[in-house]
Design a protein around this ligand. Structure first.
Ligand code: FES
Ligand code: FES
Length: 220
């Protein structure tokens, strides 16, 4: 659950802001244009945020509207995390924040003060791949590769969720420990879309790392 307690606006100020926006709708065109120009001239509100990204401490001064995805890609040049839909639909932007996977396009960077963020660059490198990266290569779990960083970050967190007993929508009994099965993995990975349709190979890769035996046989 996110903590929004730092957002301080009184009920009176909220009503005043609402009244101001209503009155601007009723303004003559000239006055409305002058008002719009004044708003445009106002500098954006900025804030500092300190995080640990892939084990490295970083501090950024950001427009408060900057998403975590844009902070990573545009400010830290960590372009492994991809922007697909930019509205929480595809999972290409998945990163791990404090051990949990999130869509970084849906989260403001300033909400992550003090957080530990792991991107695909932090999981492994070309010479020292994370087991899931190696399994994706082995099982040919991609074609264009655009969704792959998000798929791998998601898969790392999925296996951790199952290990920790976090229930999913596929859990018949949310009180019971989830089974480590292909169905469970498939359900949990359903927020990561692959337009190339490499799903069966992605599942093979994750299944191998999860230690699920007879994967190919199960799908045959
Ligand atoms: Fe974030 Fe698609 S870019 S979910
Ligand atoms: Fe192309 Fe998944 S490999 S979108």
């Amino acid at each position: 659950m996110h903590d929004f307690s730092y957002v301080k606006i009184s009920r009176r100020n909220l009503l005043l802001a609402g009244a101001a926006s209503m009155s601007s709708a009723a303004m003559p065109a000239g006055a409305a244009q002058a008002n719009a120009a004044a708003v445009q001239e106002r500098p954006p509100s900025t804030a500092g945020v300190s995080m640990k990204v892939n084990g490295k401490a970083v501090t950024l001064q950001l427009d408060t509207r900057t998403t975590l995805l844009d902070a990573l890609r545009e400010h830290l040049r960590l372009t492994g995390t991809k922007k697909g839909c930019d509205q929480g639909q595809c999972g290409a932007c998945t990163v791990i924040v404090d051990g949990r996977r999130i869509n970084s396009c849906l989260s403001l960077a300033v909400m992550h003060e003090g957080a530990e963020v792991t991107t695909i660059e932090g999981l492994g490198s070309k010479d020292r791949m994370h087991p899931l990266q190696a399994a994706f290569v082995k099982h040919d779990g991609y074609q264009c590769g655009y969704c792959t960083p998000g798929q791998i970050c998601s898969a790392v967190a999925v296996l951790d969720e199952i290990r920790q007993g976090v229930p999913s929508h596929a859990s018949a009994d949310i009180g019971a420990r989830p089974l480590l099965s292909l169905e469970e993995i498939r359900e949990r990975m359903s927020g990561n879309i692959c337009r190339c349709g490499a799903y069966s190979n992605i599942l093979d890769a994750i299944g191998e790392v999860a230690g699920i035996a007879g994967i190919a046989g199960e799908r045959a």
